[in-house]
Every structure is written in C-alpha cells, then in structure tokens.
Design a protein around this ligand. Structure first.
Ligand code: ATP
Ligand code: MG
Length: 447
C-alpha cells in the first residue's frame, strides 16, 4: 500500500503548501490517512507541522487557539476549521492519563512515535508522499490494531488507549494484535484512572460501530470488569429456559447486532436484560425465570448511565425502552396507546426495534409467533399515528383556559383535571370532543 489512494482536499493542500512556503514541514496525519488508505471518507483532516503555534498563527489570517498549550491551532478557511498541531513529544505520564508536559520537537519521527497505533501513525504530503515508519500500511492490509512501540509501556502512559484499541478494532473490523491484546489483559485494571466521560465516548463509538459484538473483547480483556461489572454478571448467567439458547451476556451481544447503529437503540440492547442476574429464580423443573427484570433493569440502567455521565435525555430514553422491552399486552389500539404514553411518544417507535432484536437473539421456540405479534402491535401503532389520536394533554380538545372559563380555579387541581381527561381519552378516543370534556371536567371538579 502506498500513498496513491490519498487525495488531499483542496483546503488541506492549501494549508500544507502555505506552511511549506514559510519554510516549515507539514503533513496530513493520523485518522485521515488511515481512512483514506482504507477507501473510507475521513471525518476530519488533522495537520502536523514543524511550525510552532505562534508561527502557524502568523501564516494564516484566521485562527483559533483551540489547544495552544498542546500545540494545536485551528485554521479557519471559509468557515471550515482544520486543526494544525506542532510536532510534539508527550512528556512523562505520571498518572496514566495526562502527560505532565508537552514538548515541541522539530522531528516528525518523534511526533509519530507518540501516537497510539501503527494505523494512526502515518503522515502524508504531496511533496514527501506517505511517511509510514511503523508499517501502519502493512497493519491496515492485515487488519490489525498494534501499538506503536512497546504495548505495555504505551498503555501505562495512557490507559484510555486500551479502550481505543478495542474501539478501533470494532470500527474497522480489525483484530487486535496478540501482544497488544496481552498487554490490555495485563493492565486492564488501570482503566480505573480514566474519567467516566472519556470511557463513555469510547464505549459509544464501539457500540454504534458495524461490530457492536466487540463488547465481547472488552469483556474478555477484563475492561468491563472495571467500568461495567454488570456486564460480567450477565456473561456469567445461564438461561435454562425454552425461550433462550444463550447466556444472558451472549444473548445481549447477539441482540446488539440486530438493531441499527444508533446510540439509544444500542444502549437499550446492551442493558435490556441487565437485571436478569439479580432477578433469576429456578422452579421445581430447574427452569430459570427472571420475573420483574425490566423494571429492576431500568433502575439499574439509570444508575449505570449516570455513573458513566450520560446526559439526561439519553438516560431517560434508554431507561424507558429497558422498562418496556418485555411488555406484551394483547395487540389492541387501547393497549398500544397506553404503552405510547408510558414510554413517551418520542422513544416509542424504538420499542419495536428493541423487541425485534430481542426476539431474534432468542431460541427458535415460538419465534414466528412472537414476530407475528410484533407486527400486529406495530400496525396498531401506525393506525394510531395515522388517525392522529390524542396521546397528550396538548392534543386534548380543551385546554386549561377553557377549564378556567367554566369556573375551575388555576393551580395543581387544574392539572389533575386535565390528566384525568387524558386518561379517559386514551381509553376511548371518541371522547375527545369539547362538549364531552367540558361536561366531564365540571363533574370531576365538583367531586
Ligand atoms: P476518529 O476521529 O475517527 O475517531 P482518529 O484516529 O482521528 O479517529 P482522534 O481521537 O481524533 O482519532 O485522534 C487523532 C490522532 O491523534 C490519532 O489518529 C492518533 O494518531 C492520535 N491520538 C489520539 N488519541 C491518542 C492517545 N490517547 N494516545 C496516542 N495517540 C493518540
Ligand atoms: Mg479524529
């Protein structure tokens, strides 16, 4: 593999040439070179240069000091930003996560050496071609994630790299080279030094990748033990039950591969059975049951997602899906309306995808019936949305002002009346008329 597949965007080419004209070296580097060689579209183009930040700022009209203490300046060209970073050596890592200091270097080789994996440590410019000092191109061809230099040393410097190794493996469909993997196994416990926010970012990238089943590698290397011991418990829980053919953990992994690569969906699958290890019971025949696991699981999921510093909206939506994943009421319009209100209209359509993935990861026992039922459930949903049936207080044929006009005082009591009206309308949509609701509201408020 050589550089011939790399076509630098016009603006990147412009930045490199401007730096070269100033007497400096400059290259596109890292992820963009890796992705170009793989024929994938790079997310962003990073540039590495021998010019110091102050020198970069002199060459370009519009720049932003994004991370000047680390040598990064963003160059703005027609509203597009490009990160230009000075060649640097990361100083000593004393805490396993941040270099104590950053030292600039005039030497490209030193800059490439500090990078995490061989596939991420290549640079390219039109003038010099591909600079590949650690056989990154060979590893791309072999489909292999390998540390630059001694793997243990690199993970001791920065423990997050262990998560990154597994994440890149999942994104690229690569395996982790044996030595690198061994080093992760040996040092997994040091991931505890890394902040929850950074672990969360890597976990999400892995989950939404084409290979979410790679959470298995997080487990096998001992990384989940550190940040998600609940997953280890799932891996250790058998399901002796006709509906299942895998352990809870394996079922979870297979279910991940059956939903779209969307964050909330993948998280919902990861956690849908998280409470099974604590809810397990065994009957006289030795069959396992997991009564109550969706409700308990939703609460566990809330705690886990908060611990991993997920935002409230994500927590809310994932928990609603976990709570509802095993609801199987008879497929009637009324039941589906109730479920939509419970789960929230925004998250509701996701429940079908969650349930389908769950079924597909179970045994073949009654699988066709389960899928048929799901179809009926979904067609009720479609009918409800198409006929625009009322599912929220906003959609009632009366509002708070109408109720005040007939003498119901403002305050919490008013909200209570509106909720009551909504309950009635959810049960029987034809009751959503002004006349009926005003009449009922009056009676209800007198009571
Ligand atoms: P993507 O942006 O698609 O996730 P990327 O390779 O661009 O992938 P970034 O996290 O944006 O990854 O980092 C850019 C480059 O910086 C990497 O390619 C790698 O060379 C280097 N790098 C990033 N994080 C680390 C780290 N923790 N240790 C060593 N090098 C790193
Ligand atoms: Mg990047």
């Amino acid at each position: 593999m050589t550089g011939e597949k790399i076509k630098l965007p016009r603006k990147v080419q412009h930045i490199i040439e401007a730096l070269e004209s100033g007497g400096y070296e400059a290259y596109a580097v890292g992820g963009c070179i890796r992705d170009s060689l793989l024929g994938r579209k790079p997310q962003d183009w990073d540039i590495t240069t021998s010019a110091k930040p102050e020198e970069v700022k002199k060459i370009f009209k519009r720049t932003v000091d994004t991370g000047i203490q680390h040598g990064t300046v963003t160059v703005l060209l027609e509203n597009e930003g490009f990160e230009v970073t000075t060649y640097r050596i990361d100083g000593k890592y004393e805490d396993g996560r941040h270099p104590k200091e950053v030292v600039f270097t005039p030497n490209l080789k030193e800059d490439l050496k500090r990078r995490d994996f061989t596939v991420n440590a290549m640079a390219y410019s039109e003038k010099e071609g591909l600079i590949d000092l650690f056989d990154g191109a060979g590893d791309l061809e072999r489909g292999r994630i390998r540390c630059v230099g001694d793997a243990k040393e690199r993970f001791r410097e920065d423990a997050l790299r262990m998560m990154r190794a597994v994440r890149f493996g999942a994104q690229l469909g690569f395996s982790i080279e044996e030595n690198t993997k061994k080093a992760i196994r040996a040092l997994a416990s040091s991931l505890s030094k890394i902040s929850a926010e950074r672990i969360q970012m890597e976990l999400v990238k892995l989950l939404v990748s084409d290979n979410p089943q790679e959470v298995r590698t997080l487990y096998e290397t001992g990384l989940t033990t550190v940040f998600l011991p609940e997953f280890d418990a799932m891996m250790a829980t058998e399901q002796n039950n006709p509906h299942h053919k895998y352990t809870v953990g394996e079922h979870t992994i297979v279910s991940l591969t059956h939903v779209r690569g969307e964050k909330v969906l993948r998280l919902a699958m990861l956690f849908h059975d998280v409470a099974k290890p604590v809810c397990i019971t065994r009957d006289e025949e030795g069959i396992h049951h997991f009564h109550g696991h969706p409700g308990v699981g939703s609460e566990m999921t809330r705690k886990i997602l908060r611990r991993l510093k997920f935002d409230n909206d994500t927590v809310q939506r994932v928990c609603a899906l976990v709570a509802g994943h095993d609801d199987n009421p008879p497929a009637t319009l009324r039941n589906v309306r109730r479920a939509m209100v419970r789960i929230g209209p925004g998250a509701f359509p996701h429940i079908f995808e969650v349930k389908r993935a769950d079924i597909l990861a179970q045994s073949s026992f009654k699988q066709q019936e389960k899928l048929e039922y799901l179809k009926e459930f979904e067609s009720c949903y479609r009918e409800i949305t198409e006929s625009r049936q009322c599912l929220s207080i906003k959609e009632l044929a009366v509002n708070g002002r109408d109720l005040m006009e007939i003498g119901i005082p403002a305050g919490p009591g008013l909200g209570e009346v509106l909720s009551h009206l909504l309950d009635l309308v959810i049960e029987e949509p034809e009751k959503n008329t002004r006349e009926y609701l005003l009449h009922t509201a009056k009676e209800y408020s007198i009571l």
